[in-house]
Design a protein around this ligand. Structure first.
Ligand code: GCU
Length: 852
């Protein structure tokens, strides 16, 4: 390699705030024991950019800031080619391969694909060349990631993306709210317009570019036509400007009826030339302001959204109208505007009494016959499973039914059905079940990841869309731990063959540093989290049994008897959807024959999808463990909740190994998860126990040996209420204060046969939106603990206005000495509509082997 340089700039280090704002880009000072080879990091940076908005310029600044933070060294930046070649003058040279070649003519460009980069570290010389400017920035981040992890080895790495589309979707609204967002209001919009201060937008783009995400759809799929007013187009332009230095392009979600609702026309028929012209005009205006716009995302004829079917036009007619409008603006930088057209089209008024009705069939039914009819800049965006981001779903069969249409997989980083960032759930193992799934199209290897990358069916486009929904909370997602999901999403979109645990370890080092015990705990908790969550929320492929409104806590009965089609078909005898061709909805037949055969036959269906494909009696024996379905439900829910109890305990052992701010924040959430996993366990096991009438062979379900129901205590200023659904409260009932302003108390005296000793005191209560009740626990009138029903503040969002499985929660006061005759008292002071609701108190003996 031949280069050298001259350069004079001052370096500025990043403040190492530990509120999460810098995510995995903290550039924390490297510990001394890892610095011994750091002398090889060159003392100068040459950034071959042409403008200050170029990602190459950003790369130079980022390298400078990173080296300052990690190694404490100030490194100058030059933007000129070194006048002479002198390998004695080491530097980090970053630029596009084309710029480098124009001067030195020695980089091989043929091996690059769009956004790819080459990173060469040879002793004191670092060369980072991008296929384009974005690629150069990716290479700089790769180098910084190595340095931040204490890796100073020589490398010669050519890295190309697996797929061109590596987008994130934000479901932000103009008023600043975010659909299914759990981290506060929007960083993009507020009060009907783009926010004035776009600092957070740039910071988000920085994080995204470091994981090689190349575009953001900035608004909700349930789109508002007002995004297309002149003022809002300008606002979108400002957002695009803020992200451009990071190589992140802007795209928007469209509302199909905009020509009518915003344009005042009497139609939005996609085949009407005046409608076409309206969209052309809007597209022109957008490109005038945002010349590198990434494209459009369209949710049409889904969940009440307008679409082409209203006019008896096909979904392809609708998609192509936008595709043509985008094509008028050419193919910039190999990245012309794309229409991401969602396959999430289904009828939400289907009838459960029809045994053959099945929402899961919808995507293939709606799209298969349109294969080949889409313009070449349309990508059909398909959720990973046929229903909706459930804890376990089979791979969407639509991936195996479109051969002449580009496709992308839609994953969800925001944990809508998976604990809403209040539960730790590390998602890549779930995503990998789909990405690595072999659909055996034409009996040939057909991994989903090779279909969406375009390789399997030779498509030029395709890739990844991740629903992220970051908000203004400094942790971005509302939880430090949830950021591993965003990190891994970007890495997988670039290289889906990566190993979930390896990505996690990388993220952990970058986020928390090098302490071995931190690495072990984060790894153990994260890798156990999805299986545990599946165990306590909905196993054997029955889906996540969430409340249909909040999508958070348990409400198993509510899955059925509605038109939404997320049915379990549970009755007194059995449970599960028969999706066979022979006797059910026929869904299994949407897969290619080799796969269809596996699912059609109950004996070859994997246990974890048993109830997705088959309706069986509760007494059916599983292939794997031999347990009955119902006993497996009981066992799995107890096992899942038990695993969740260990998370907080493991975390406790890390006290002092990181900053208090993050340590405490994570600990609080893990304790919440421990409590809420018990709410889940009790609700689901209680519900099916009641429905089936089949006892738990180990006697746990329905028996709470150490619980005292709040309603059985001596009450003053409290009254009994029924909870709906009943299984989300111990004994189906709770107590609330009789007035909205006066405190109530619940008192119990420990009986004579009470065994004195050490106990964990667990208190089940409800924390609803709309008030911050105050609670105090006393023993013999001595204060023991006080707390506030303020999860809406502590978790960053609230779950429910009423007493149910989403507001049910519990705290544990560990290691308390109790004696017979002690008087326990809980005093609850209501606030607003939160009438200090209490469910039960459990006195769990120390060293008990079960959490009651
Ligand atoms: C889910 C989610 C909605 C969202 C929809 C979609 O149903 O609950 O909020 O709009 O998916 O992906 O379009």
């Amino acid at each position: 390699m031949h280069w050298s340089l001259v350069a004079f700039c001052t370096g500025v280090g990043l403040a190492s705030a530990e509120n999460g704002l810098n995510g995995w880009l903290r550039y924390a000072s490297l510990p001394d024991n890892l610095r011994h080879r750091s002398a090889s990091v060159p003392p100068m940076i040459v950034a071959l950019n042409t403008t200050e908005t170029s990602p190459v310029y950003t790369a130079g600044k980022e390298l400078q800031a990173g080296i300052k933070g990690i190694l404490g060294r100030s490194v100058d930046i030059s933007h000129d080619f070194p006048s002479s070649h002198n390998s004695e003058s080491p530097c980090i040279l970053v630029g596009t391969a084309a710029a480098y070649n124009a001067k030195y003519g020695s980089a091989n460009l043929t091996s690059f694909t769009t956004d790819g980069f080459w990173l060469s570290v040879k002793g004191n010389n670092v060369l980072i060349l991008g296929q384009n400017e974005r690629g150069a920035l990716y290479g700089a981040f790769e180098y910084l990631s190595m340095v931040a992890q204490g890796n100073f080895s020589d490398v010669n790495l050519l890295s190309n993306p697996d797929a061109p589309v590596r987008w994130v979707n934000q479901w932000d609204n103009l008023d600043g709210s975010i659909e299914r967002g759990y981290a506060g209001p929007s960083i993009f919009f507020s009060n009907g317009a783009a926010v004035d201060d776009l600092t957070r937008v740039s910071q988000y783009a920085r994080l995204l570019s470091s994981i090689r995400i190349n575009a953001v759809i900035v608004n909700n799929v349930n789109a508002n036509a007002s995004f297309l007013t002149p003022a809002n187009i300008n606002g979108l332009g400002r957002i695009a400007d803020a992200m451009r230095p990071y190589g992140v392009r802007l795209g928007i979600s469209l509302n199909f009826a905009s020509p009518q609702t915003l344009g005042g026309m009497n139609t939005f028929d996609p085949l009407d030339p005046t409608v076409d012209a309206w969209w052309d005009n809007k597209t022109d205006l957008l490109y005038q302001r945002i010349p590198d716009m990434a494209g459009y995302l369209v949710k049409a004829n889904s969940e009440g959204q307008p679409g082409p079917l209203t006019y008896n036009r096909t979904l392809a007619d609708g998609a192509n109208m936008f595709a043509r409008a985008l094509k008028r603006h050419g193919n910039r930088d190999g990245n012309g505007g794309i229409v991401m057209f969602r396959a999430f089209v289904y009828n939400n008024h289907i009838n459960e009494t029809d045994w053959k009705a099945d929402r899961a069939n919808a995507a293939v039914d709606f799209f298969k016959h349109l294969d080949g009819q889409f313009e070449d800049n349309v990508v059909v965006q398909i959720k990973y499973g046929p229903i909706d981001f459930q804890v376990r779903e089979p791979t969407s069969p639509l991936f195996a039914n479109l051969f002449n249409t580009s496709t992308a997989i839609e994953l969800q980083i925001t944990q809508e059905y998976l604990g809403q960032q209040a539960h730790v759930v590390y998602l890549p193992p779930l995503w990998k079940t789909v990405l690595d799934f072999d659909l055996r199209v034409d009996s040939k290897p057909s991994l989903v990841r090779d279909i969406v990358s375009g390789q399997r069916f030779s498509r030029g486009l395709g890739g990844y869309a991740g629903v992220v929904n970051v908000g203004t909370n400094t942790t971005w997602l509302g939880s430090h731990m949830a950021m591993s999901n965003l990190y891994a999403y970007g890495r997988l979109a670039w290289d889906p063959a990566l190993d979930p645990q390896k990505m996690l370890e990388e993220w952990t080092r970058l986020t928390f540093g090098f302490d071995r015990s931190v690495m072990d705990a984060v790894t153990k908790i994260s890798m156990a989290s999805w299986p545990a969550y599946e165990n306590y929320t909905g196993n054997l492929g029955i889906q996540t049994l969430n409340d249909p409104l909040t999508h958070f806590g348990p409400n198993p009965a509510a899955q059925d008897n509605n038109g939404w089609g997320q049915w379990t078909r549970a009755d007194r005898q059995g449970i599960g959807m028969d999706r066979t061709v022979s006797n059910g909805t026929g869904f299994a037949g949407q897969y290619p024959p080799e796969v269809a055969k596996v699912y059609e036959n109950i004996d070859s269906t994997p246990d974890d999808l048993l109830l997705w494909f088959h309706h069986v009696n509760y007494t059916y024996h599983l292939r794997g463990s031999g347990e009955t379905v119902i006993q497996h439900f009981y066992n799995a829910h107890y096992a899942g909740a038990e695993t969740a109890q260990t998370f907080a305990t493991q975390w406790e052992s890390l006290r002092g190994k990181m900053d208090d701010e993050r340590f405490n924040d994570i600990l609080f959430k893990l304790k919440f998860q421990a409590g809420h996993s018990i709410v889940w366990r009790d609700a689901i096991t209680g519900f099916y126990h009641n429905l089936s009438g089949i006892p738990d062979s180990t006697g746990r379900v329905g028996h709470h040996p150490w619980r005292m129901e709040a309603e059985s205590m001596m009450l003053q200023g409290y009254r009994l209420v029924s909870v709906d659904p009943p299984e989300t409260a111990s004994n189906g009932t709770a107590i609330v204060t009789t007035s909205n302003s006066t405190a109530g108390s619940a008192v119990a005296k420990l009986p004579d046969d009470f065994k004195s000793g050490q106990y964990d005191i667990a208190i089940g209560y409800f924390d609803v939106i709309g008030g911050r009740a105050h609670y105090g626990a006393f023993i013999n009138d001595e204060p023991l603990e006080e707390w506030i029903g303020d999860l809406e503040d502590k978790l960053g969002h609230a779950f429910s206005k009423k007493l149910d499985g989403s507001s049910a929660t519990r705290i544990t006061i560990p290691g308390i000495k109790l004696e017979k005759g002690d008087v326990l008292k809980i005093v609850g002071a209501p606030d607003g509509i939160e009438q200090a609701p209490l469910d039960y108190i459990a006195l769990i003996p120390a060293n008990a082997n079960m959490v009651d």
